[in-house]
Design a protein around this ligand. Sequence first.
Ligand code: FUB
Length: 325
Amino acid sequence: MHNLPKPHHPLVTHIFTADPSAHVFEGKIYIYPSHDLDHDGPDNDNGDQYAMEDYHVLSMDGFESPVIDHGQVLHLKDIPWASKQLWAPDAAFKAGTYFLYFPARDHDGIFRIGVATSTSPAGPFLPQPSYIEESFSIDPAVLVDDDNRAYIYFGGLWGGQLEKWQTSTFEPEAVGPAAEAPAIGPRVALLSEDMLSFQTAPLEISIVDENGSPILAGDEDRRYFEGPWVHKYNGWYYLSYSTGTTHKLVYAVSRNPLGPYTFKGTILTPVMGWTTHHSIVQFEDKWYLFYHDSSLSEGVNHKRCVKYTELHYNEDGTIRTINPY
Ligand code: FUB
C-alpha cells in the first residue's frame, strides 16, 4: 500500500517507474510501468542506461484510493528468448486472459516484442517461449477495438532500433532518413484471435499534416520518435506519441486504426528528464493522462517516476495542452 495518488506527483516512491500503460480492468485502474533500476551507470543515445530486469504492476481502486504495488510479475531470467532491457510494456484483456506485451533485446542484441499471460490483471505473467514472430523494435501498445479486433502498435528510433528496419530485414548500420524525407512511422499489426502472434505483417503508419503531406524526418516537433498509444474518442482513433529529441507528447487522429493519421497538436510539454512516455485512459466519466518524469531522482534520465493528471478535450475533439509543472 502506498500514498493516495495526487495529480502531478509520483504515484509511488519506493521504486523508480516509467512508461505507464494504464487500463481499467475489473473496475479498477491498473498501471503497467517499466521498473527503472537504481544504478549509476553512464547515459548514452543507445539507451544502455535503461537496463531494466523485471516488471511490477500497480493498481488503485480509484483516484481517492491508495496505490498498490503487486510486486514483481515477470523477470528477465524467466524469459528464454530475452537477454536484457525490459522496456515499456502494455497489457490487454481478451476472453478471460490478461496479456502483457513487452520489448527486450534477444540474444543477438535485437529488440523484439514478447507476450506473457495471466488469469489476473495483477499477474504474475507467464511468458511465451519465443518472441512474437516478425516483431521488432520497442514500445508495444495494444488497442482492443469495439469489434474485438486487437491492434498492436510499436516502434522507437535510436536505442529502439526502428530506423534499422526500413527494409524488411535488420540493417545494423542503417540511419534515419534525410531531414527533407518523410519521417519513419510507427508500425501496426493485427493480432491473431489468441493474441499471441501477428495475423498481418506489420504496416508502417503514415502521419500527415493538415494538407495531407507526410510529416518530415527533420520536423522534430511533430515527427514520430517512440511510445505510441492509440485510444478512441467519439469514433476517432487518437495516435499519441513522443517526439523524442524535442521531448513532447503529441497526437494525430484518424477514422481508421491503421491510419493515415492527421497531426493535431501537443498533449504534454517537456518534462524533467530526456524521455517522455504516456498512456490515456477513461475512468468513469473522466479522461486521464499517465506519464513519467525524472523528478524523483532530481533529473537522472533512467530513474523516473510515474504520474497522472486529468486530460480535457475541447468541443471540437482536440486535446488541451498540459503543462506538467
Ligand atoms: O524505458 C525505456 C524506454 O525509454 C522506453 O521504451 C521509451 O519509450 C522511453 O521511455
